[in-house]
Design a protein around this ligand. Structure first.
Ligand code: ADP
Length: 271
């Protein structure tokens, strides 16, 4: 249908007053702009570890060549930076795969309770190393639903890993799987997987943008933790494909609740 014209308005103070610029960012232009921003972001995210790697290689070729202590230290930093690039490229590939499939409904059968148990047990070593415990509810037994097992595993892993990373040491991550007969805006019964952490929480002003690619509340902290800034964007696209939702609630200073809502009946296999 006919789309509206959307303007980006910027106001700059000039000597004679103010200069107001209207920039046409209606749909095609908006998409083109988003694409340019994305490419610029990816380039920047890749260049940061690459610059570090190039610097260390140069040092190793020069001064540090004969110093085994410095050499080992540099090599471990290089491994970390290469790991960061590897994760970023992996997440970019996941994102593009998921986006390409977004309109194709999954046809597989999964046991969501078993997936939750497995992701929790895979994350346990990492959680234990920071003193975080899991408290699981409703995840015993079998809970079958239609979905893509690998993708739903990725959703759970990204969210549970965030709950551990951004949770507080010595605190608990609460995982609660339940069924509800209705959910606002969705047809038919749903499954809800609520992941509640007791971390520092998120200021409400960030919530609407949290699932955007590369959007981070605290870039330094995210990078320090090895985050790519793509986890929630991947989650959002996978849930779209499953006709599901992600609900985010947070109370600064108390913690956050990320709730995955999946329809019990996904409807026809493909669209
Ligand atoms: P990242 O790789 O940076 O963790 P995500 O897309 O997974 O990227 O998350 C985006 C941002 O959302 C994070 O950088 C962090 O600021 C915030 N965030 C995600 N989960 C939580 C949480 N459980 N508690 C607080 N902040 C969170």
């Amino acid at each position: 249908g006919a789309s509206e014209t959307v303007y980006r308005v910027s106001v700059t103070a000039i000597e004679e007053g103010a200069l107001c610029i209207f920039e046409d960012i209606s749909e095609p232009e908006q998409i083109a702009q988003m694409r340019r921003d994305f490419v610029a972001n990816v380039s920047h995210e890749l260049r940061t570890p690459l610059t570090a790697l190039l610097g260390f290689i140069e040092t190793l070729q020069g001064a540090a060549r004969e110093d085994p202590v410095a050499r080992d230290r540099f090599l471990s930093v290089m491994a970390r930076e290469a790991g960061r690039m590897n994760r970023l490229v992996g997440d970019l590939l996941s994102l593009s795969r998921v986006e390409a499939q977004e309109r194709v409904r999954p046809t597989g059968q999964v046991d969501i309770a078993a997936l939750i148990r497995r992701v929790a047990s895979d994350l346990r070593p990492m959680a234990m190393s920071v003193g975080v415990a899991f408290d699981m509810r409703g995840t015993e037994g079998e809970v079958p639903l239609r979905g893509d097992a690998d993708q739903l595993t990725q959703v759970l892993a990204n969210l549970m890993e965030n709950a551990v990373k951004y949770g507080a040491p010595g605190k608990t991550v609460h995982v609660d799987l339940s069924r509800a007969l209705q959910e606002p805006g969705m047809r038919g019964p749903v499954y809800r997987i609520a992941l509640r952490d007791e971390g520092e929480g998120i200021d409400p002003i960030h919530l609407p943008r949290l699932t955007e690619r590369f959007y981070r509340v605290d870039s330094h902290r995210s990078r320090e933790q090895g985050g790519t800034g793509l986890g929630l964007a991947i989650v959002k696209h996978i849930l779209n494909r499953h006709r599901g939702r992600l609900r985010i609630e947070s109370e600064p200073g108390k913690g956050s609740v990320f709730t995955v809502i999946l329809p019990d009946d996904l409807g026809p296999g493909t669209e």
